[in-house]
Unconditional design. Structure first.
Length: 120
């Protein structure tokens, strides 16, 4: 048996005035997840919590993203969070703040065999 990617979901989140990387990352993951209703687990007859979700966040200052807060967004299964440099930061005209954009990719994996059947 092997973990196989079944779904790729993408999203974008912002913090308009606070430049809070974690807030933007959480919003990006919610954007990726909340626009979908995954039925792949039901179609395969496996529990929804058997999913493993690999989350990748792109943010201008990766070290400032609280991975635990991002991971807490997942409604089902287990997950991991990797944060890489990405996204966008747009300073305001006064130079006193900025708008921060983060991007999220959520890859949903299930343990299935070469015939597409779930692991026993």
């Amino acid at each position: 048996m092997a973990m196989q990617r079944m779904v790729l979901q993408i999203g974008m989140g912002t913090d308009i005035r606070g430049a809070d990387s974690t807030k933007a990352a959480v919003r990006a993951l919610r954007d990726a997840l909340w626009h979908n209703s995954l039925t792949v687990t039901h179609a395969l007859g496996v529990p929804v919590d058997s999913m493993h979700v690999a989350v990748t966040i792109g943010a201008p200052r990766p070290e400032t993203v609280d991975k635990a807060q991002v991971l807490a967004v997942l409604p089902h299964g287990t997950g991991t969070v990797t944060v890489v440099e990405g996204g966008l930061e747009i300073p305001n005209e006064a130079g006193t703040g900025s708008t921060l954009l983060a991007h999220a990719a959520a890859e949903v994996f299930l343990d299935i065999d070469e015939n597409g059947r779930p692991a026993a």
